[in-house]
Design a protein around this ligand. Structure first.
Ligand SMILES: NC(=O)c1ccc[n+]([C@@H]2O[C@H](COP(=O)([O-])OP(=O)(O)OC[C@H]3O[C@@H](n4cnc5c(N)ncnc54)[C@H](OP(=O)(O)O)[C@@H]3O)[C@@H](O)[C@H]2O)c1
Length: 338
C-alpha cells in the first residue's frame, strides 16, 4: 500500500490561524478490508468552515480533533476496491481530508459518491456542482425565494458560493448585485459571472459609503440578501432592504478569527419586517439532488463558468487556506494533489 502524506491539526489557534497550527506527516496506508476502497485524491477542497472547526468551541459540528488529519472534501479516483459498488478508475467525491489517499467504507451511506466527468470537470464537484453550489441554491431558493424582477445581493460574490448564487439568481430573472474585494473581482463578476453590478467594498471606508453605492446599484431596493461576510457589509445592506425582505445568513467570514462583528442598527430588522435565517447546508440533504441537477446543467451548458484558485501540492494547503480567510483566493480554493 502507498505511503500517505497527511496534514494534521497540531494545535489550536489563539486569534488568527497560522501555518504552525498544522503539521505535515506521512503514514502507511492500511491494507483494505472487505467493503473498503482506496481513493487517490486529485483535489482537496479548502472551505471557510474549516476555520471554525479548528477552535474547541460549541458549534453546529464537533471540533476538528487535535493530532488527526484535517477533515475536508476531496475529489479523486478509486485505485483499489474490495467493494462491488466501486471499480478502479471510478471518479468519486467524499470527505477524504487533507491527505493524498483515503480508505473508505463504501457501505457507509454518503461516504463516497460517483461523479460523471463527461461534461463537468472533476474539480467542480467540490465547488459549483458540490457543497458550495448547493449552499447558494438553498439560500436563494428556500430562504430568499425571489420573484422574477426582484433584486438580490450577495457578498463574497466571486467565491465558490457567491458565483453560483449569481448564476442561479439570473436564471430566475432577478437583478443580481455582487459585493467583492477589488476591481479585478468586480470586473469578473459582471463580465464573466453575469452579475448586473458589483461593488468593490474595499473602496469604501465605512458602512454609510458602501450603503450609498448599494443604493445606486439597487435602485428598487434589496429584496433578498445572501450574507457571507458580516460586519461593515451587513451594516451597509440593512438600510437598503425592502419591507419584508429576506436575509439568508450563510457565513460571517469577517469574524472567523474571533473578531466581534457588532450590528449597528438591528432595529432595521424590525422596521423593515425582515426575515433573517441562518442555515447549514448539510442539514438539508433533501434538496441536494434537485440543486445539483440545476447546478450541473448550468455548468455543462456554460451558463456558469466558475473560476478556481488552485494551489499545488499537499504541503501548500495551510498557506492556501490562510489565504482564503484573507480573500487571496479568486474563485473556489482547491489544492491539486497530483
Ligand atoms: N452555511 C453553510 O452551510 C455554508 C456552506 C458553505 C459556505 N458557507 C459560507 O459561505 C461563505 C463563502 O464561502 P466560500 O466557500 O464561497 O468562500 P469564498 O467566497 O470562495 O472565499 C472566501 C471569500 O470571502 C471574502 N472574505 C474573506 N475575508 C473577508 C473579510 N474579512 N471581509 C470581507 N470579505 C472577506 C473574500 O472575498 P473578497 O475578496 O471578495 O472579500 C474571500 O475570497 C463563507 O462565509 C462560508 O463560511 C456556509
Amino acid at each position: 500500500m502507498p505511503l500517505n502524506p497527511q496534514i494534521l491539526l497540531d494545535n489550536r489557534p489563539t486569534g488568527e490561524a497560522v501555518a504552525s497550527n498544522f503539521r505535515l506527516v506521512s503514514s502507511e496506508t492500511p491494507a483494505l478490508q472487505d467493503g473498503q476502497v482506496l481513493v487517490r485524491h486529485h483535489f482537496l477542497s479548502l472551505d471557510p468552515y474549516m476555520r471554525g472547526r479548528m477552535n474547541d468551541a460549541k458549534s453546529y459540528a464537533a471540533p476538528q480533533p487535535l493530532g488527526e488529519v484535517m477533515q475536508g472534501g476531496t475529489a479523486g479516483e478509486v485505485v483499489e476496491s474490495r467493494s462491488p459498488k466501486f471499480q478502479p478508475g471510478d471518479k468519486v467525491v467524499g470527505m477524504g481530508g487533507w491527505q493524498q489517499y483515503s480508505v473508505v467504507n463504501a457501505d457507509q451511506p454518503g461516504a463516497l459518491r460517483k461523479v460523471d466527468t463527461t461534461h463537468v470537470p472533476l474539480s467542480h464537484y467540490l465547488g459549483a456542482v458540490g457543497m458550495p453550489g448547493v449552499t447558494a441554491w438553498y439560500g436563494l431558493v428556500k430562504i430568499i425565494a425571489p420573484k422574477s424582477g426582484q433584486t438580490v445581493v450577495v457578498s463574497a460574490a466571486t467565491g465558490a458560493v457567491g458565483s453560483a448564487f449569481g448564476a442561479l439568481a439570473k436564471a430566475r430573472g432577478c437583478r443580481a448585485v455582487g459585493i467583492a474585494g477589488g476591481p479585478d473581482k468586480c470586473k469578473y463578476a459582471v463580465d464573466e459571472l453575469g452579475f448586473d453590478a458589483c461593488i468593490d467594498y474595499k473602496l469604501h471606508k465605512d458602512a454609510a459609503s458602501l450603503s450609498k453605492a448599494l443604493k445606486e446599484a439597487c435602485p428598487d431596493g434589496i429584496d433578498g440578501y445572501f450574507e457571507n461576510v458580516g460586519g461593515m457589509v451587513l451594516d451597509a445592506v440593512l438600510p437598503r432592504m425592502n419591507a419584508f425582505g429576506r436575509i439568508a445568513l450563510c457565513g460571517m467570514i469577517a469574524g472567523y478569527d474571533g473578531q466581534p462583528l457588532p450590528l449597528s442598527y438591528p432595529a432595521l430588522i424590525l422596521t423593515n419586517r425582515l426575515k433573517v435565517q441562518g442555515f447549514i447546508v448539510s442539514e438539508h440533504m433533501e434538496v441536494w439532488p434537485e440543486a445539483l441537477k440545476e447546478l450541473g446543467t448550468l455548468v455543462a451548458t456554460g451558463k456558469l463558468r466558475p473560476r478556481e484558485s488552485v494551489a499545488q501540492g499537499l504541503e501548500s494547503a495551510p498557506e492556501a487556506f490562510l489565504g482564503l480567510l484573507k480573500g487571496r483566493n479568486f474563485g473556489k480554493q482547491l489544492v491539486k494533489l497530483i
